[in-house]
Each structure stands twice: as structure tokens, then as C-alpha cells.
Write a new protein. Sequence first.
Length: 371
Amino acid sequence: MCANRPSTAPDFLLSRAHGSVRTQGAKTTFTDPWEAIDALKNGQVEMVVGALPFDRSAPAALTVPETIVRESGTLEPHPYYRIGQGSTLHASVYGFDPEPSEHLRRVEAAVETIRRSALNKVVLARAVDIEFNPPVDARLVGARLIDMSYTRDGFIADLTPAGKPGHMLVGSSTEVLVRREGNQVTSYPLAGSAARNIYDRDVDEAKGRALYESAKDLDEHAYVVDHIRDILTPLCTELEITDRPQLHKTNEMWHLATPIRGALKEPTPNALELALRLYPTPAVCGTPQDAAEALITTAESDRSFYAGTVGWCDCSGDGEYMVSIRCAEVNGEGTMARAWAGGGLVAESDPEAELEETSAKLRTIMRALGL
């Protein structure tokens, strides 16, 4: 399958408009992110790349790469994955976890729990299992996601360090958990969503306007912004957060988004440390966090690295971490993958609409797989 894979094929990549990183090889690995932070702060390593799982007690997949390439803009997939031998992909759906009807039942139960308890918001996700014949190189999925992305965002992370040999997390997320550049810190949370209608511009724009005026979605978004504000305020000398979110669109979805920018105090935490403090946000978990996590653990199968974070941090402390959504985990043999999508639930949520929202969000990864 991979005999002719290009020599430049990365083990990790993060494609972003303002600058990208791709790496190869592993000098060493970490499953404990705090050990990685110490190694970075002590100048023992140049960069750490990889992913943190949704379950903060589970092993991380962090790598010290052998080679690092930085680009000034988004990444350009190799022709091998566009028109060459590596561009072929045949995928089929072979299962759901849970089935859509069961997810609907779980959403209904969760909304009732929110109405009767101290839980304000919870994000429930569902997964689709996919098989490949012949086996696929996960980098091909990454190349397709970058090519198909409205903003050309994409990521790939090798999950081998976490005890998943050859598994790769592949996705296209525009939700910035945190970015640090010098003493400047930024975040770009997305919460509150509506499926787009790309076939009728007037209907599509009406959907965006309705989302922007939705009290339910504005409340859902506010929980996320408040979470980030509470964590960053003690770390910053100044913090700028707009009073009202703006509309953000992908190929499939409208989202409410809030740009957040601050100036960090000395001593400044590095990007990985900031990511550990911030994740998982209410955008992918809920609030209060402990209650939301308990419900998710009870209701769902293991999320693995879905709804965690993926990114990089260098020894200067700079780096960037994306929320790992619109993603799939491809197994080491390239024969199977699991893709996830979730939706935030509050007391006013409509279960049928929430089920449709997960279907719309899954379209990002499903289109990349030709499904």
C-alpha cells in the first residue's frame, strides 16, 4: 500500500493559513504531557507535536520529531495523494455507535437531565465506523481534508505513543483552542451551530441569521467563552473578548465564534501548558465540567482523541492547538476508521435538530472519504 509513499510524507502536520508545521520521525515520545512541558522548558527538546485525548487521565500521544518543516501558509498536499498511486480510496460504512435512533434517545434523556439538575450543558457525540478496501494511507485522508476545507485547515497526528501502533488522527478543525506567539495568546471557540444549505444562497444566509439571533445558541456559546475567560484572566495582563460572537462558516456548517486575544504575564506558560489548562472546553464537553464528563462517560463509548486537542509547541513556548473535531482515527493497517460528531445540549435543545446537526458535522470527514 505504501511502498511508493513520498519520502516527505509527514507523521504530523497542522495546516493553518498563518503558518503550518509538518514533521517526521520520533526522537522520543511522551504519554504524560507535563513531562513534555518540563522537557520543553528545560531546553532538552526543540519541539513536541501530537495529540491529547478527551479523557485527561488517558495516555497522550506526544512526539519529539526528528525533522521539522515550517511553512508560511497552508500546506500543499503531495501530488502522490492527488493524482498518483496514493490517491485511490474506497470506503464504506459498516456501523454506527450508537445507531441514530439510540443517539436520539440519549439526547432526549440528557436534555431531561439538564432540566432537572445542576448540569447546564453537555455535548453528546456519536460515531460512524468505516472500512477501507484496499487499505488506505491516513495521509490521503489528510490531503483530501486540506483540499476540501473552506480555509485549507487540516491535521494529522501519529497516535503510536499512546499505545495505538500506527493509528493516526486525521481531521480538519477551524476551532483554535489556543495559540501562543511570544506573550500574545489567542483562542477562537466555536459553539452554537446550524447546517448550511449550499444549494440556495438565500436559505443559507437565513440559516446563518437565525443562528446569530438564537437565544439558545447564544447561551450555549457563552458557556464556552466564560470558561476560557475564567482560565485566561489570571494569566494575562489584558484580555480582549468581543461582547457578541460573530458568524463563522465552513463548507457544511454555520457556527457562532468569538475571537479572544490577550497578553500573558511573566512567567508565561507555554502553548502546551495553556492547552492543558483550557481543554476540554464546554464546546466539546459541557458545564459544569465534572458533571458533563460523568454523563459523557456513562452514555458514550470511549472518545479516544476525538474532542481532545492536537497541535505543537516549541522550546520558545510558542505553538498552536486545535480542538480535535471533524476528525477520524484510522487504524494502523489502514483498513478501518472511526469518525465522530457531537452537539451541545442545553435545556431548550430539540433532540431531532440535534441529531441532524451531528449528521451535518459528519459530512466534513465523510466527503473526504467519498461517502
